[in-house]
Design a protein around this ligand. Structure first.
Ligand code: GDP
Ligand code: IMO
Ligand code: MG
Length: 426
């Protein structure tokens, strides 16, 4: 078993990027397996801050190979921009970056279609990041999408035009005047750039790595409750964000997977539309948003905020096979006299359930109250320094979820992380 997985258990933005960066020195390969530039993964160290959208969060460690797997949808313009921005900041981004020939390409009309379909949904919109994610996955499943390996073919331009003509047909249904000429010019310039990257068949790339004794950390994007099959459909993203997605998104077998790190915030956030049973509205929500600086890393949109939801976490742990929980942003909760945690939902028929439901739009949370803590914990480096109430908060979570919290994060920097067991290697 050579592969560990790290992924989000809520609605994304749990702090996955930070932890992948922290764990990267333990692995030889870090690999993204799904999603695309809808992701925004923040990494902080030595007073610097980076936000990555496509490049795996292991890129700051020169000995770590970073793979963008076949399950990812890649916008070449965004990828070029990201590589160049890292290089301008003095980070060697090209040498260790490997891009799957099988990854899907996002083309300009897919972004236009994303916008057009969101506009058409009006108030029922998903709240997409408008990065072309859904149209690109739709084309993949419809067996008409473009893949990175296609750019090497002599008829790539023709393949592109064929897809664009399909998109034009769909756009004419939406109506409106969509101009993507500039975007198209940029796209083709970036295609030339992409040709200069390390393009690989990721199946053999990973097999060779694993056979030579290397270990892999699979980096999830989005979160379990945004999974296309198990999230709050239709308010989800268009990929499998769960552990199972690692197999199809990287070309590895399930029996290669060992540990699954489940990352969650000490509270909940969600950006975009859809059910959120523990959401705090009005001043309470605003206060949490301010304390946690909860604005999207990709779109800058304010994130909706609410109490920790153990119903959702239990569901996510089961779906992913999580054996290591990582609690993030606990420092944001400092200063609350009391904290609420959701342990069940009242269903419309008056019953109480501990299970995530098919529909959660009208789920009313059953909240328990725990004692808060007042002290600033951002400087804590040892468990003994943490307030007793915070340790009780963690103990409560563990007793409800039956999985140990092995990692505690008390700030955005690499250094503000501590492990309750030795940093685990495979
Ligand atoms: P990701 O998408 O899961 O990688 O998470 P994002 O980067 O979108 O959002 C997490 C935000 O929280 C980023 O701004 C991080 O710098 C920040 N962050 C991560 N861990 C902590 C933490 O323990 N405390 C605080 N205060 N901020 C954190
Ligand atoms: P990371 O990896 C939070 C949300 C969008 C929208 C829905 C569908 O940084 O955690 P899409 O553009 O995928 O079609 O949008 O999913 N969403 C995210 N929310 N974090 C993300 O990524 C997200 N990626 C997509 O806001 O509700
Ligand atoms: Mg994010």
């Amino acid at each position: 078993m050579a592969v560990d997985v790290l992924l989000g258990l809520q609605w994304g933005d749990e702090g996955k990027g930070k932890l992948v960066d922290v764990l990267s020195p333990t692995y030889q390969v870090v690999a993204r397996f799904q999603g695309g530039p809808n992701a925004g993964h923040t990494i902080g160290f030595e007073g610097r801050k980076f936000v990555l959208h496509l490049i795996p969060s292991g890129i700051f460690h020169p000995q770590t190979k970073c793979l963008i797997g076949n399950g990812v949808v890649v916008d070449p313009v965004e990828l070029q921009h990201e590589v160049e921005a890292l290089e301008a900041a003095g980070v060697e981004a090209r040498k260790n970056l490997f891009l799957s020939l099988r990854a899907s390409l996002i083309i300009p009309t897919q972004k236009v279609l994303d916008m057009a379909s969101e506009q058409a949904l009006g108030t029922g919109k998903i709240g997409s990041t408008l990065r072309g994610i859904s149209p690109t996955y739709q084309d993949k499943i419809a067996r008409q999408g473009l893949r990175v390996g296609d750019i090497l073919k002599s008829n790539f331009k023709e393949m592109y035009e064929t897809l664009v003509s399909i998109h034009k047909g769909r756009l004419s249904v939406f109506g409106g005047d969509w101009d993507y000429k500039d975007a198209e010019d940029k796209f083709f310039r970036s295609i030339e750039f992409i040709k200069s990257l390390n393009l690989v068949d990721n199946v053999h790339f990973l097999r060779e790595a694993i056979e030579s004794g290397e270990t892999v950390l699979a980096e999830g994007a989005q979160g379990t409750l945004l999974d296309i099959d198990f999230g709050s459909y239709p308010f989800v993203t268009s990929s499998n964000t769960i552990t199972a997605g690692t197999c199809t998104g990287l070309g590895i077998a399930p029996n290669q997977i060992k540990n699954v790190y489940g990352v969650f915030k000490a509270y909940c956030t969600r950006v975009g539309s859809g059910p959120f049973p523990t959401e705090l509205h009005g001043e309470e929500g605003e206060a949490l948003r301010k304390a946690g600086n909860e604005y999207g890393s990709t779109t800058g949109r304010p994130r909706r905020c609410g109490w920790l939801d153990l119903v959702a976490l239990r569901y996510a742990i089961w779906l992913n096979g999580v054996n290591r929980l990582c609690i993030m942003k606990a420092d944001v909760l400092s200063g609350y006299d009391e904290l609420k945690v959701c342990v069940g939902y009242k269903t419309p028929d008056g019953n109480i359930t501990r299970d995530w439901q098919f529909e959660n739009e009208s789920a009313e949370p059953v909240l328990v109250t725990l004692k808060g803590w007042s002290q600033d914990i951002t400087g804590c480096v040892k468990e003994e320094e943490l307030p007793r109430e915070f340790l009780d908060y963690i103990r409560f979570i563990e007793s409800e979820l039956k999985v140990p919290v092995t990692c505690i994060s008390v700030g955005p920097d690499r250094a503000q992380t501590f492990w309750r067991e030795a940093v685990p290697a495979l």
